[in-house]
Design a protein around this ligand. Structure first.
Ligand code: ADP
Ligand code: MG
Length: 681
């Protein structure tokens, strides 16, 4: 008997050839077919051309005004053009290679045309035409990604057949009480709305149901994985000394911000508990993550454990060392630095001291994950700028202790929707407040024509003893061109500032030690202007740098611009960021505008997500974001939150694990592997 799991070949009218095409589209069973959702809907509602933006698809009813003309463009190619009256607009409709339409386009005839509206030229580039007024045509028609293998119309015919035949036996994974609570349409009605929407409202209701279903499934998997890991992975109880910790915090040169206090509490609570900490700490550039890390590490030390802090570059590691020494040495904490340039003899001593417990906290680069680095009792591991390390590198460090608590820090603000999706199985802490008295960086969006006034301002800053970064244009996927640009700009500036100020150059083609040398000279002030590609190190702290110029700023995403801008504004002096940009698109203009309006990384991140979508937000690779069919992380924020809450609650109930209502959700979980503690994709 044919059922939902039967191959599509069981359907009437699907032969070998069609089956092969469906196969190529990943459609094997009848269920696969039903779950092939359209990527858009063609909107056949009649529109007024005056209200239609350029390049949008329209359907209009119109009257043929003149005889069409057909132009032959060589072999089998032709262009038919006809003047029509659509409402009050006299416009042209163009069809390619459809000369056969000509005899039917008689002046005076009423036709319904669909096509793309070229507003500037007042032309509709026609894709389909119905002879007569719009009558029985549907308003919305789904369009599937079929790679041209199967005609849309035929695909819809199969879909109709399947829905008619199997509609009654479709299993509905969403339990009734949740459907009722959110007024979601049932599965059959939902699939009708996806594949055969009667109108916009119908399609929208269907979409809402499947977005919820998708996000509920996803959150169930994430939350179940978290629960399984929490129940099975026994972490270490780090019973720190509260009094010592309070004394230490009181000794700091400033009072913690409320956000820092909250995050310190979250971390300390995790340390004390038996499950293993797996936490992401997000905080904008300059929000004060280092001191939070120091407090956490010290807590572990007071309980007799060792701590490790891994940073992506030597300079960052050295900066951390300086800070932690200042703060913690007075409390008798023994701290060491381990990096690629640690001398062999010193390294041997450090390794010995780590192994026998004479060092409490080690700070370092990748050098920390070498096999011969062994700890006596590693209890707490922190990774700074976590995205700069691979999963494997982070795991190696973690495995040097026995289930040590783990904290990842990142200065890239990630909108909450993305954070709980991409890092769903972690706990997320946010420092969403800046230390008081921080000066806002003044950001200006300027054009290249204003260059001389920018140079004047730059010279003023340099003359006052300040330093500047000049960030070179980003040329996609061409490291070589990036470097060329940087060299050109470097030479111009060096000539311009000759005999007065020193200019340095930094780019990806330099060797690591060359980069370090340049960076150090800038940090020590022997270089006043640093021309650089975007390799300029994240997290680097040169408080005397107060001026930044970003070339072709429109090529950068908001998150990246904000990261770059964070290199200035780190000291007591007022800082400036000049965005040289001439964006062509509205979106680009909006990005520049946003940069001048706010210094708040989280707000910019939300804006970036809204403007560019989740795919571009992380960059394509390794986003950790699942491919949703329907759900959209930008707009379905509330659905995501709801699904997350529901998933967490459901997993705690007995009913979920036993009742029939939940059988399909349970089955989904069983098949995903999360109940065995595996990460799913
Ligand atoms: P990031 O989060 O970017 O790593 P840092 O930890 O480097 O930021 O802190 C940036 C600067 O702010 C440092 O100079 C740090 O000492 C200072 N700072 C951190 N917390 C506070 C606070 N609560 N009040 C005042 N200054 C602070
Ligand atoms: Mg930092």
């Amino acid at each position: 008997m044919t059922d939902l799991y039967s191959p599509v070949t069981d359907l009437k009218g699907i032969g070998k050839e069609t089956a092969a095409h469906l196969e190529a589209l990943g459609i094997h069973t009848i269920t696969d077919l039903l779950w092939t959702f359209p990527h858009r809907h063609e909107d056949f509602r009649l529109k007024d051309l005056a209200q239609t933006p350029h390049n949008e698809r329209v359907t209009v009813e119109c009257k043929v005004e003149r005889e069409p003309t057909v132009l032959f463009l060589g072999r089998n190619k032709s262009r038919l053009q006809v003047t029509v009256l659509a409402g009050r607009h006299l416009v042209k409709v163009v069809f390619f290679n459809q000369g056969y339409l000509k005899p039917k386009l008689i002046p005076g005839a009423i036709i319904t045309v669909t096509g793309k509206w070229d507003r500037g030229r007042q032309v509709i580039n026609g894709t389909s035409v119905v002879f007569g007024p719009k009558t029985d045509q549907v308003d919305f028609e789904p369009v599937y990604s079929l790679k041209g293998l199967i005609p849309q119309k035929r695909f819809r015919k199969y879909m109709r057949q399947v829905l008619d035949e199997f509609g009654a036996e479709l299993p509905d994974a969403i339990p009734q009480h949740l459907q009722d609570a959110y007024k979601l349409v049932a599965i059959r009605e939902g699939l009708e709305g996806v594949h055969f929407p009667l109108d916009a409202g119908h399609a929208k209701q269907a979409r809402r149901r499947f977005a919820y279903e998708e996000l509920l499934n996803f959150q169930l998997r994430i939350q179940a994985l978290r629960k399984v890991r929490k129940d099975n992975e026994h972490g270490t109880v780090i019973q720190f000394d509260v009094h010592k910790l309070r004394n230490f915090i009181a000794s700091l040169p400033y009072e913690l911000t409320n956000a820092q206090k909250r995050v310190v509490n979250e971390i300390c609570k995790d340390l004390k508990e038996p499950h293993r900490m797996n936490r992401l700490l997000q905080g904008d550039v300059g929000s004060g993550k280092t001191v939070v890390a120091a407090i956490g590490l010290y807590a572990a030390v007071t309980a007799g454990f060792q701590g490790a802090l891994m940073a992506p570059t030597e300079i960052l590691a050295e900066q951390h060392l300086e800070n932690l020494m200042d703060w913690l040495q007075p409390f008798g904490v023994r701290i060491a630095l381990l990096s690629g340039s640690t001398k062999a003899k010193e390294r041997r001593l450090i390794l010995e001291d780590l192994a026998n417990g004479n060092i409490d906290i080690v700070i370092g680069t990748h050098a920390l994950i070498q096999p011969d680095v062994v700890f006596k009792r590693l209890g707490f591991v922190i990774t700074d700028e976590q995205h700069r390390f691979g999963v494997e590198q982070r795991r190696i460090l973690r495995d040097k202790g026995e289930n040590p608590d783990v904290l990842f820090m990142t200065a890239t603000p990630i909108p909450r929707t993305l954070a709980i999706t991409a890092f769903g199985e972690m706990d997320v802490s946010m420092i969403d407040e800046m230390p008081a008295g921080r000066k806002q960086i003044e950001t200006h969006w300027m054009k290249k024509e204003q260059f001389s006034s920018i140079m004047t301002k730059l010279e003023l800053e340099l003359a006052a003893g300040r330093q500047a970064y000049v960030i070179c244009p980003l040329i996609e996927e061409s490291d070589k061109l990036d470097v060329q640009n940087a060299v050109d700009i470097y030479e111009q500036l060096a000539t311009f500032l000759k005999d007065r100020f020193h200019v340095g150059l930094m780019h990806g083609r330099l060797a690591t030690d060359e980069k370090d040398t340049v960076m150090r000279s800038f940090s020590e002030g022997t270089i006043q202007v640093l021309v650089s590609t975007t390799v300029v190190e994240v997290g680097v702290n040169v408080p005397n740098a107060t001026f930044m110029i970003v070339y072709d700023a429109e090529r950068f995403g908001l998150a990246q611009l904000h990261q770059l801008r964070g290199r200035v504004g780190r000291g007591e002096h007022q800082s400036y960021c000049i965005l040289l940009a001439d964006p062509k698109s509205d979106e680009g203009k909006e990005r520049m505008q946003s940069m001048t309006e706010t210094n708040d990384g989280f707000r910019l991140a939300e804006k970036d997500l809204e403007l560019r979508g989740p795919g571009d937000f992380f960059g394509r690779k390794q986003s950790g974001l699942p491919d949703f069919k329907v759900a959209d992380l930008v707009h379905d924020y509330r659905i995501l939150e709801t699904a997350r809450k529901d998933a967490t609650e459901l997993l705690e109930t007995d009913a979920f694990w036993h009742d029939r209502d939940y059988q399909y959700l349970r089955k989904m979980l069983e098949q995903s592997g999360v109940l065995q503690g595996e990460r799913f994709d």
